[in-house]
Design a binder for this molecule. Structure first.
Ligand SMILES: Nc1ncnc2c1ncn2[C@@H]1O[C@H](COP(=O)(O)OP(=O)(O)OP(=O)(O)O)[C@@H](O)[C@H]1O
Length: 326
């Protein structure tokens, strides 16, 4: 990641050794670095309390780093808020509008504080709220409120869009519609920094992502690079009359681990294509059918859970080492 950071000069967001400590001394962000190129969609993932919001608030210019530095569109977003704010869009968790306002009134009120604002109708059409402009904010569903929040973030035609859990509270259809909109914005050149709890959302949308844990970046890269750190998986049912021992030697096949549950066999491997090919050739020669055959790379969710387990195991090991030293 550091190499990428130095090689490119079109970074819209640059984060270098960022630290953020709260009053009382708790350090929520502990020296993280990453960069986001123009037009890229970068997802920040992490366990609860990992430090995502603490990081994003610094990028939005709402808080000052206690160490390191950040640049958004080439400026320090805190000290040069005047330069940065008009060019970014921030989707807040709750817009906080007087709920008696109608949707159109809320947008017009926000437009009053936004330079070069889109016309109200255009902003509402963009998020699929065109037909709801006369409805009071308090009458919107949770999902519609999230869309209104998004409309407000898009009002100033931002070059950089910060989306903090944009689809929380949306049903499956609303989520897919929001994804389409985010993809369209990205296609038109908007740079997007997204935080989300939905791993499939990051997998589906992000060009690159980072997983935070306890203030640090545990892993970062493209979704494919992150999932490639975890073994792929082949599942099938043993043919009638066969036992696991009747399969070719699993180590020689390239299998790194296996488990069985009844007649179902699950193989893990770092060389999916080779193992699948050898297994299918064996099945063909043995003239047996591998029922329920499922061949797939690790999902981001599996990678995320494994990384969290590895970190916990690492933490436990650290504690044991400290205890031994003590
Ligand atoms: N104002 C504050 N004062 C002290 N500690 C805080 C403050 N705000 C957040 N924290 C702590 O900082 C850590 C990181 O919080 P943060 O909200 O950045 O995490 P997050 O990754 O966004 O979590 P979540 O996914 O749960 O929203 C947490 O341990 C949290 O309790």
């Amino acid at each position: 990641m550091a190499a990428t950071f130095q090689e490119r000069d079109d970074h819209v967001i640059e984060v270098t050794e960022l630290r953020r400590a709260y009053k009382g001394g708790f350090e929520a962000v502990r020296g993280i670095s990453f960069a986001v190129g123009r037009g890229e969609l970068f997802a920040l993932l992490g366990t609860n309390g990992a430090g995502k919001t603490s990081t994003v608030e610094v990028l939005e210019g709402l808080a000052k780093p206690s160490g390191g530095q950040v640049r958004v569109l080439g400026h320090d977003p805190y000290s040069r808020r005047d330069r940065v704010r008009p060019r970014i869009g921030v989707m807040l968790q709750e817009g906080g509008f007087p709920s008696e306002l109608t949707v159109a009134e809320a947008v017009r009120m926000w437009a009053g504080c936004t330079s070069n604002a889109r016309p109200t109708g255009e902003a509402l059409e963009l998020v699929g709220l065109g037909k709801r402009s006369g409805v009071r904010v308090k009458q919107l569903s949770g999902g519609e409120k999230r869309r209104l929040d998004l409309a407000l973030a898009l009002l100033g035609r931002p070059e950089v869009l910060f989306l903090d859990e944009p689809t929380t509270g949306l049903d499956a259809e609303g989520r897919v519609e929001t994804w389409e909109l985010v993809r369209a914005l990205r296609a038109s050149g908007t740079t997007v920094l997204l935080t989300t709890h939905y791993l499939e959302e990051a997998e589906s949308l992000a060009d690159r992502l980072a997983i935070m844990h306890e203030g640090r970046l545990a892993v970062s890269g493209t979704p494919a690079e992150v999932t490639a750190t975890q073994p792929s998986q082949i599942t099938f049912e043993l043919p009638d009359g066969y036992h696991v021992g009747d399969l070719p030697p699993l180590g020689a096949l390239g299998v790194t681990a296996h488990e069985t549950a009844g007649r179902t066999v699950k193989l893990r491997t770092d060389e999916l294509q080779g193992v699948a090919t050898r297994l299918l050739l064996w099945a063909q020669e043995a003239r047996v059918e591998l029922r329920g055959l499922d061949v797939r790379s690790a999902s981001l969710e599996e990678a995320f859970l494994q990384i969290a387990r590895d970190i916990k195991a690492g933490d436990a090991q650290d504690v044991r080492q400290k205890e031994t030293v003590a």
